[in-house]
Ligand binder design. Structure first.
Ligand SMILES: [Zn+2]
Ligand SMILES: [Zn+2]
Length: 565
């Protein structure tokens, strides 16, 4: 004790951890961990924008802290391939020059996005396997297998000069994993015995008592559906829920149905997973979506994107009878095999209503056990705490509500043990400083959300200011459209409010053309499409942006407002 006080604290480098996202929202998971000249980023997640944020394709964490942080050794480590952990990777890779480590499936899913965003991935993506160890500056990072809703997920044990930091990533404890790859209890327990300085653990499902259950647990409900459905079976799920896709592929084989992957995400993810051997599809089972109509409805299973009611997804198109290859009829069954992400309830409800009009039967997790979460429930989270026995515990991944509950659980769990856990409740942007004994919140770094549109492939500095610049340079257009509630038709001429557009100068003929375009779009839409305002707004926004880009070379933010009268 006296030895340590003799050395001025500033002379010893401290371990610093900054959550840049994922605390207070679902998505944007990212932690920056640094010591002296080493900077490690754990996960680089994004988040999908709410439907109101038209013109925005993606939300990522503010990366100013990474830009401003000097470090000689840098690297990104990825726990798994979900968007909320890899979606911001292209932006992070432009900021940090070091390599990116992840398991083969995680890297393959990340790579397709990087290529799309024109990132040179050469030599920078390094595949690791569970139990591998890698060195990054002063850190040694160990990868530990955990189970989740997709294959190839890992937790991290980061050995630092100050102590071991364990990041769980997303996990649940699935004791009958579909790929036969088991959760690494043994190594986590060994680390616990050796002594872990800090545990950063997933809080998503802390409010659920008991255990989450295996990915296998949905089979029974689906067997009933396969056995009783006369028409086509359409299942919507996240494309990255690869275990769910495997369960459905197996059932299709068993019940003599062909499988069609419908929607870009489904097609691409299933191809990647199949190519790498994580998804096994019997030969001859898969058909293209364009071949669906050539098969009897009773022998087809369609796996489609759109479980969150995204307006342009395959399921939304199918629901309004506007998909080229797949339609619905009364003998069909549509299964929602995914959770509703908070905020998407209205969009999902809209799609469900359209499906109901088609006469198809709709099954959600409220009706049958057709979905199981990939996140640990309370008992599994307690087990993680008991195995790792950290000196300091930081709940992450979830709102304040989930994280504070997780904190209380951690405190209660270790109350009677000789070494009680100390809980650190952090917020995004908090600078957590650790020495060998524990950690404290020692400051605040710049943090927030950055909105990205599809064209954003420029450097990061630009992107931080993108939405402001977007308005400044490309302007804003707000068409206000009155629609008659009875007829669904447009009333009067749409009023168009603009700011910063070249078309405002003197001549108002472009505004009249835009108004005419709006009227045409609404009149040519089907009645069902016309009364679905979410879809109409999306369509108007896309077409108006195209019109302005062609005429004036500008890409304004277009925010249609539809009023019912
Ligand atoms: Zn996650
Ligand atoms: Zn996940």
């Amino acid at each position: 004790m006296s030895d340590q006080t003799a050395v001025p604290a500033s002379a010893q480098p401290l371990l610093e951890v900054v959550p840049l996202g994922g605390l207070g929202e679902f998505g944007l998971n990212m932690l920056a961990i640094s010591y002296a000249d080493t900077l490690l980023v754990v996960d680089a997640g994004s988040m999908f924008p709410e439907p109101e944020l038209l013109g925005v394709d993606l939300i990522i964490p503010d990366l100013t802290y990474l830009q401003q942080h000097p470090a000689r050794s840098t690297a990104v480590v990825l726990t798994h391939g979900h968007e909320d952990h890899i979606g911001a990777l292209s932006h992070v890779m432009r900021t940090l020059k070091g390599p990116v480590y992840g398991t083969p499936l995680t890297l393959a899913l990340a790579e397709s996005k990087l290529v799309e965003r024109q990132i040179d991935t050469q030599d920078r993506l390094i595949a690791v396997r569970p139990r591998d160890k890698i060195a990054v500056g002063d850190f040694t990072i160990e990868f530990l297998r955990v189970t989740h809703s997709m294959p190839d997920c890992v937790a991290l044990a980061i050995h630092t000069p100050v102590g071991i930091v364990v990041c769980t990533g997303d996990f649940k404890i699935d004791q009958t994993p579909i790929d036969g790859e088991h959760f690494d209890f043994h190594r986590l327990a060994e680390l616990g015995v050796a002594g872990v300085l800090a545990l950063f653990s997933d809080s998503t499902n802390i409010e659920r008592p008991g255990f989450t259950g295996s990915e296998l647990s949905v089979i029974e409900a689906f067997e009933e559906i396969f056995a009783s459905t006369k028409g086509q079976i359409v299942v919507t799920s996240f494309a990255t829920s690869i275990f769910r896709v495997q369960v459905l592929v197996n059932l299709a084989a068993q019940f003599n149905r062909k499988v069609a992957f419908v929607g870009r995400g489904m097609v691409e993810t299933s191809q990647t997973a199949q190519r790498l051997g994580y998804l096994k599809i019997p030969a001859g089972l898969a058909i293209r979506d364009s071949d669906v109509k050539a098969h009897p409805r009773s022998s087809v299973l369609c796996l489609v994107t759109g479980s969150q009611g995204e307006p342009l997804s395959a399921l939304s198109r199918i629901a309004i009878n506007d998909h080229r290859h797949v339609n619905l009829s009364p003998d069909d069954v549509v299964v929602f095999s995914a959770r509703e992400i908070p905020g998407n309830e209205r969009s999902i409800d809209r799609v469900v209503n359209h499906i109901a009009r088609r006469g198809a039967d709709i099954i959600t997790q409220g009706d049958k056990h057709v979905h199981v979460s990939g996140h640990a429930s309370a008992e599994e989270l307690k087990l993680m705490l008991s195995l790792v026995r950290p000196r300091c515990f930081v709940p992450i991944h979830g709102g304040f509500r989930q994280r504070s509950r997780h904190a209380r659980v951690g405190e209660r769990l270790t109350r009677d043990l000789p070494n009680r856990v100390s809980v650190l409740m952090a917020e995004n942007g908090d600078l957590l400083r650790f020495d060998r004994d524990g950690g404290t919140v020692a400051g605040k770094v710049p943090t927030g959300r950055v909105l990205i549109d599809g064209a954003a492939i420029s450097g990061l500095g630009d992107e931080v200011l993108r939405d402001r610049r977007h308005l400044a340079e490309d302007g804003l257009m707000v068409p206000v459209i009155a629609i008659n509630k009875q007829t669904g038709m447009i009333e009067g001429v749409p009023e168009i409010i603009t700011r910063g557009l070249a078309m405002e100068q003197g001549d108002d003929s472009p505004l009249r053309d835009a108004a005419r375009l709006i009227a045409e779009l609404i009149e040519s839409a089907s009645l069902e499409e016309r009364t679905d305002y979410g879809m109409m707004k999306e369509k108007l926004s896309v077409e108006l942006r195209r019109f302005i880009r062609k005429r004036f070379g500008q890409r304004p933010l277009v925010l249609p407002v539809i009023m019912e009268i």
